[in-house]
Design a protein around this ligand. Structure first.
Ligand code: FE2
Ligand code: FE2
Length: 363
């Protein structure tokens, strides 16, 4: 046994005391989770063979596309008196775009590893056999996602960033909590709900074919993962008291705030020699339309999914009030992910198209 502590640059330990749960009840009583499990088994894909890694990627071109999306809200600060980026010219903005893309993809990578650990945890802690079956497929999905983002960053981009502080503290808190539903709420509902929206934005904006395709496949998996959270917690949360629900509401809202912070991308501003706090203050004060749209879109999956779980209106509507103050309550009636995951199954779509082409050729 080694007595030396692991190198903190390379490893991080999170202490947790959890109940690993055997279930001796093998009866399949949750058909919605069973259906999701069947879907997961047939919609697996392979990072090495299902994507075209020979694609040439120009990081500058990719970042220029983002100027219409991710960086636009920061560019608006150019017009703001005394803003910390007032002196930026085209060269600096191009560099911001490249670094933001590196940073966003790096945070996706680290978040995927968080999902891998959380879902492995759920296999152990959730008491239902149908959920253990499904969660095991998500563990494989998340390994694939870590693999795909690590490979893309390594082969096609210019730099990998360390995990953002807000994301790290949230993942640590989720993993340190012993309650099995909190792992789901933190990961499947909040982190993955936001990731699904963020992947969707990047997938729409980018024309880089490899990134576009890999995000399409990752999103197909993520939609199932968020659906897994919705379908599992919906049942469990029906049984909780108002006081217990209030704890979940507070956890969800705190997670939302930290996730919002993570998209300020302080690590990029530090690298550009600008104080991240000053950028945040300028953005809050100016609150340009691009910022409002961006913030709101990030919540487009989280809010309807929280509603489906009964989290908006439990405990005198505490979470409804918070989301109303944040200006995102209007998403409450958007489609929830428990309903839409099958429509996002890009793997099934591509296979059925390939199948019908083959049928046409052989007819
Ligand atoms: Fe993932
Ligand atoms: Fe996921």
């Amino acid at each position: 046994m080694t007595t030396t502590a692991p190198n903190p640059e390379r490893f991080e330990l999170v202490k947790a005391v959890i109940d690993t749960t055997f279930t001796w009840d093998y009866e399949r009583t949750r058909p919605a989770l069973g259906k999701l499990y069947e879907k997961a088994k047939t919609s697996q894909w392979n990072v090495t063979t299902d994507l075209d890694w020979s694609t040439d990627v120009d990081p500058e071109k990719v970042s220029a596309e983002l100027s219409g999306g991710t960086t636009m809200r920061f560019r608006a600060l150019q017009e703001v008196e005394n803003s910390p980026v007032k002196h930026f010219g085209p060269k600096e903005w191009s560099e911001v775009g490249i670094q933001m893309q590196n940073s966003l993809l790096s945070q996706f990578l680290h978040g995927e590893q968080g999902a891998l650990l959380c879902t492995a945890r759920i296999v152990e802690t959730v008491p239902w056999i149908d959920a253990k079956y499904y969660a095991s497929t998500q563990v494989m999905d998340e390994a694939r996602h870590v693999e795909v983002f690590a490979k893309y960053l390594d082969e096609k981009m210019t730099r990998q960033y360390k995990i953002n502080d807000n994301l790290r503290s949230l993942l640590d808190d989720i993993l340190a909590d012993s309650r099995w539903d909190i792992t789901y709420l933190g990961m499947q509902i909040m982190v993955e709900g936001l990731a699904l929206a963020a992947f969707g934005m990047m997938q729409t904006i980018t024309n880089e074919p490899l990134l576009k395709q890999l995000l399409r496949y990752v999103m197909a998996d993520e939609a199932r993962h968020v659906a897994f959270g919705v379908l599992s917690l919906q049942e469990y949360y029906r049984e909780l008291t108002d006081a217990e629900m209030r704890e979940r509401q507070e956890f969800a809202f705190d997670a939302a705030c930290r996730l919002q912070q993570r998209f300020m991308q302080g690590e990029v501003w530090e690298r550009m020699g600008v104080d991240p706090k000053a950028v945040r203050a300028a953005l809050d004060a100016a609150n340009p339309p691009a910022q409002q749209v961006f913030q709101q879109m990030l919540f487009s999956k989280i809010v309807p999914n929280c509603k489906k779980l009964g989290l908006l209106d439990a405990a005198d509507g505490w979470l409804r009030e918070r989301f109303t103050e944040t200006g995102v309550i209007q998403f409450e009636d958007w489609v929830d992910t428990g309903e839409e995951y099958a429509d996002l199954d890009a793997v099934a779509q591509d296979r059925s198209e390939a199948g019908s082409e083959r049928e046409v050729r052989t007819a």
